[in-house]
Ligand binder design. Structure first.
Ligand SMILES: NC(=O)c1ccc[n+]([C@@H]2O[C@H](COP(=O)([O-])OP(=O)(O)OC[C@H]3O[C@@H](n4cnc5c(N)ncnc54)[C@H](OP(=O)(O)O)[C@@H]3O)[C@@H](O)[C@H]2O)c1
Length: 257
């Protein structure tokens, strides 16, 4: 008799009350993984679960944390729980503004990339290597073929100038790429539609103007709905396909900075 059992994967989600974070949490739990949901407002998180008719999810633990307070994740008890996870999804973000002179922009302070930097540091101190997962847009990098047109370059520069949040996502991606950490993936998604009950199209993930000319933002093809993204990620972990994303920015591989 084979008595070998593999313990279920455990996934940590930073910002589990957010658009991406919440769906990722629910889908990971539904896939049978353990989930450590890190939120700043536990009541809000419970209300969100209740609104979906989910009152009790086996395998869920919740930690309350002001994630963007300095070195928040270095708190020993938080760090220990996080490092017991196989995957850490950084889906925390302050509210985004595209108005350059807005307070949100001026006071942004690189919070998302700092959080990821702290996780990389804690992991190396603990001799652990959870797979770090981040999300950023598609617009700010070169295309599928590694090329970037003049117009696109100018647009990217403008967008990056306008939004500290987008710059921060980009910095986070560059940090992971250059860190030597290795076990990370940055999922590059165009704007993800909130839950709407409509079925989306997971093949939209990472697809932008470059690959086949289809761009849902131009009314071609369906949009990527956040549930599709979360379901895709859970399936990829379950099937083992996720390891293929290690050190990558799916699905635009020829990324240049
Ligand atoms: N949504 C998209 O279309 C899209 C596309 C590409 C990339 N991304 C990137 O993906 C990441 C997640 O995006 P999202 O749209 O899911 O974000 P979101 O809906 O705004 O969620 C942000 C999460 O961060 C939490 N948060 C904010 N300030 C916090 C603080 N001071 N301490 C602790 N937690 C805090 C929020 O908590 P509260 O609920 O309590 O406010 C929420 O859980 C971002 O980096 C974003 O740039 C998003």
């Amino acid at each position: 008799m084979n008595t070998t059992t593999t313990s279920p994967k455990k996934v940590c989600i930073l910002g589990a009350t957010g658009s991406i974070g919440f769906e990722v949490t629910v889908h990971m739990l539904q896939a049978g993984f353990g989930a450590l949901a890190v939120v700043r407002d536990t009541d809000k998180f419970r209300r969100m679960l209740s609104a979906q008719g989910i009152d009790d999810l086996e395998g869920l633990s919740v930690v309350k944390l002001e994630l963007f307070a300095e070195k928040a994740v270095a708190d020993p008890s938080v760090a220990q729980e996080m490092m017991a996870c196989d995957y850490i999804f950084n889906a925390a973000s302050k509210p985004v503004s595209l108005v350059p002179w807005s307070r949100a922009n001026r006071e942004w302070g690189g919070v998302v990339s700092s959080l990821t930097r702290d996780i990389v540091e804690i992991a190396s101190q603990n001799g652990r290597k959870p797979h770090i997962v981040a999300f950023c847009g598609t617009e700010y990098f070169a295309g599928y073929d590694g090329k970037i047109s003049f117009v696109r370059k100018a647009m990217s520069k403008l967008i990056n100038k306008m939004s500290a949040a987008l710059r921060d996502n980009r910095d986070e991606a560059i940090l992971l790429l250059t860190s030597g950490y290795g076990r990370w993936s940055v999922f590059r998604c165009g704007s993800i539609q909130p839950s709407s009950g409509q079925s989306g199209d997971a093949s939209r993930i990472g697809m932008d103007l470059h690959k086949d000319g289809s761009d849902y933002r131009l009314g071609k093809g369906k949009s990527l709905v956040v549930e599709d993204l979360a379901a895709y990620l859970a399936n990829a972990i379950q099937s083992g396909a996720f390891s293929g994303f290690e050190g990558e920015m799916p699905f635009l591989f020829n990324t240049r900075f």
